[in-house]
Design a protein around this ligand. Structure first.
Ligand SMILES: [Zn+2]
Length: 316
């Protein structure tokens, strides 16, 4: 098994959103990666500059952070060639590590743009080192910059940040400092290539919570009526937990619910509805055992939302 730690740099429309290509809002301009063996020793590295095909100038905000100039990029190779070389270099037996959750998605979006997505079938399993750093050293929820993690772990800074190979190298350096017990149970699944059928739906059990990703639906309203989507099984014993607060939508358009498992106590549910590029919809559900205080907080949240709605109705 090859452990591939990679990082991408991308450009966006220099003319702002109105000139952006909606199929490719972020055009990859550099791929950098290091290959680790199963003992996490670095065995190889990979770096390619990519000649842009979609955006013909570097967006100012990108220029400020990544220090690549357009002249250098013109010496790069086309994305299809770079991507093919990269995936070949990764090998068949490989597993991805990235800082954050965006790189894998943008890689797939660029592959799709060039009709090459078949080279990386999804959903793609990977490790988000930024998230694992938080689980290992912080509170699980907070997300730090790569440079913050490097300082925190006293790793020597040899190269500038925000070039693909350097960031891949630094991400690998952070990874090497994390105990394996924190890494391997905490994998992520990128659902840019979301489940299409019931058979492809994803169920994952983590130590602290369960995640479910539904198949896709044509219309948004039908999702919450689906029995599997709205079910609330306890993440510990997987027996249906009795609903105490029905699914309701909170202010950030996330559905929430509260249930009780007789053995394991309160179970808090969250459902986010996601839209695909083809205008279909799917649900991502999280079920987590919570404390009585968390349960009470949710009850109050629902109550205040209900009151606000009532007031609105009275005023109109
Ligand atoms: Zn239970």
């Amino acid at each position: 098994m090859n452990y591939i730690v990679f990082d991408l740099e991308w450009n966006q429309s220099p003319g702002g959103k109105k000139n952006s290509n909606s199929r490719l809002p972020f055009e990859i301009i550099e791929i950098g990666a290091v290959k680790l063996n199963e003992q996490f020793e670095t065995v190889d590295s990979f770096q390619r500059l990519i000649k842009p095909q979609v955006y013909n100038w570097i967006h100012d905000s990108i220029h400020e952070v990544i220090h690549v100039n357009y002249k250098d990029l013109m010496k790069g190779i086309p994305f299809p060639q770079a991507a093919r070389e990269f995936l070949e270099w990764c090998g068949d037996e490989r597993c991805f590590f990235t800082w954050g959750n965006q790189d894998l998605m943008e890689l797939q979006r660029n592959l799709k743009y060039y009709e090459m997505l078949y080279l990386l079938p999804g959903p793609v399993r990977y490790y988000n080192v930024q998230k694992i750093f938080s689980i290992c050293f912080e509170d699980r929820g907070i997300r730090r910059s790569l440079e913050h993690a490097i300082d925190f772990l006293n790793i020597e800074k040899k190269e500038d940040f925000h070039r693909a190979l350097a960031d891949a190298y630094y991400t690998g350096a952070v990874l090497k400092k994390i105990d394996w017990d924190y890494i391997f149970p905490n994998y992520s699944i990128d659902v840019y290539q979301n489940p299409k059928s019931r058979k492809e739906e994803i169920h994952i059990s983590y130590p602290a919570y369960d995640i479910y990703v539904s198949r896709e639906f044509d219309d948004k309203e039908r999702i919450m009526k689906d029995r599997e989507v709205s079910s609330t099984r306890c993440p510990v014993c997987h027996i249906p937990a009795k609903r105490k607060i029905r699914w309701f939508m909170n202010n950030s358009k996330i559905y929430e619910s509260l249930s009780v498992c007789q053995k394991h106590g309160f179970v808090r549910g969250k459902i986010k509805i996601r839209r695909t590029e083809e205008e279909k919809f799917y649900a991502v559900k999280t079920l987590r055992v919570v404390t009585m205080e968390d349960a009470e907080e949710l009850r109050e949240k629902r109550e205040s939302l209900r009151l606000k709605k009532q007031m609105k109705r009275r005023l109109t």
